[in-house]
Design a protein around this ligand. Structure first.
Ligand SMILES: Cc1ncc(C[n+]2csc(CCOP(=O)(O)OP(=O)(O)O)c2C)c(N)n1
Length: 332
């Protein structure tokens, strides 16, 4: 495997530079998206809830960076990072968040239910753990098609206590499905600390009981996530079956915007903000000579402008027509 970190070498290859640039572009886009949507929400411009992905950006970017366009993912109620990292076009994604007719789902799905099969994004899901079996279905479809596509299930540690997690992992192991189960362990499910709901707080240790590889990864280190995802994808594509990855991370905001966060301390939040995935990657890229501070600043500015333009587009777009409400409900 090529050394993508740059550690131990003074040579910086063109590929390394290009990879680091792309990773930072995606991280910055997701960061700006979440920040600006929070602002829009505070100004009462946003309909419904926002389940912010701030702080978890390296999870989506690290995993999706090793996927092909035809590989599939299934997301959760906290899905924008996954959508953007897997390539959902920005403006239709944003318009969907605002429930507009120009949204990728015509505004029917809204914040929790965007999908884009063209880019292998099979959808978010408001049911905790609800998407996990769909991802196994997509993996099984790849086997039936004789294709070497892989399928990724993103979910939170709360979802790992649902039956759907256990049943899916069991059947995926038995049938050696090309599935990567990615648990983003951000320590809280709504207002409940994970450690109060389990006897063993490392989700990845459960992998052994199902006879599949399991790995605990620093979810705030995009290169560590990318490395682990690369191993899991190679395992799945070779026909060896599923892997369970547990990415240890933290959501900076509440469960949803407006959550007063009484279940955790401001000190704990500050500690995790010190581990900012973007700042850490910027520092590493700077040290290894793959991205200068000026280049990273320019990427930040481009991302901020792209997100602002997408929000303007969404706000200016028309609402769906009431007369179209039954479109796409029944097969014609
Ligand atoms: C089956 C089900 N149970 C409960 C809920 C309410 N609920 C919504 S999000 C959430 C917490 C999910 O936590 P986790 O899976 O860790 O994801 P995170 O929000 O931390 O990203 C709960 C309990 C739900 N939507 N679906």
């Amino acid at each position: 495997m090529p050394d993508i970190s740059g550690a131990g070498s003074n040579e910086v290859s063109h590929e390394q530079k290009a990879l680091h640039r792309t990773l930072y572009e995606r991280l910055a886009l997701i960061r700006c998206c979440e920040e600006q949507l929070n602002d829009a929400f505070a100004q009462n411009l946003f309909p419904g809830y926002i389940h912010s992905y701030l702080g978890q950006e390296a999870c989506a970017v690290g995993v999706c960076s090793v996927l092909r366009k035809d590989d599939t993912i299934v997301s959760t109620h906290r899905g924008r990072g996954h959508y953007l990292a897997k390539g959902m076009p920005l403006k239709p994604m944003m318009a969907e968040m605002f429930g507009k007719a120009t949204g990728i789902g015509g505004g029917r799905g809204g914040e929790m239910h965007a999908a884009d099969p063209e880019h292998g994004i099979l959808g978010g899901n408001g049911i905790v753990g609800g998407g996990i079996p769909y991802a196994a279905g997509a993996a099984y479809a790849a086997v039936l098609d004789g294709a070497d596509r892989v399928s990724v299930a993103f979910f939170g540690e709360g979802a790992s206590n649902e039956g759907s997690f256990h049943e899916t992992l069991n059947v995926a192991a038995a049938w050696k499905l090309p599935l990567i189960m990615v648990c983003e362990n951000n320590l809280y499910a709504e207002m409940t600390p994970f450690r109060e709901t389990v006897g063993e707080a490392d989700v990845a240790k459960r992998a052994e009981g199902y006879g599949v590889p399991g790995e605990i990864v620093d979810g705030n280190n995009v290169l560590a996530v990318l490395d682990a995802a690369r191993r899991a994808v190679a395992h799945a594509r070779s026909g060896a079956g599923p892997t369970l990855l547990e990415l240890k991370t933290y959501r900076w905001g509440g469960h949803f915007q407006g959550d007063p966060r009484k279940y955790r301390s401001r000190e704990e939040e500050a500690l995790w903000q010190e581990r900012c995935p973007l700042r850490r990657f910027r520092e590493l890229a700077h040290e290894t000579g793959t991205l200068s501070a000026d280049e990273a600043d320019a990427i930040d500015a481009e991302a901020a402008e792209a997100i602002a333009a997408a929000i303007r587009y969404a706000l200016e777009s028309a609402d769906p027509k009431p007369s179209d409400a039954l479109l796409n409900v029944y097969a014609s």
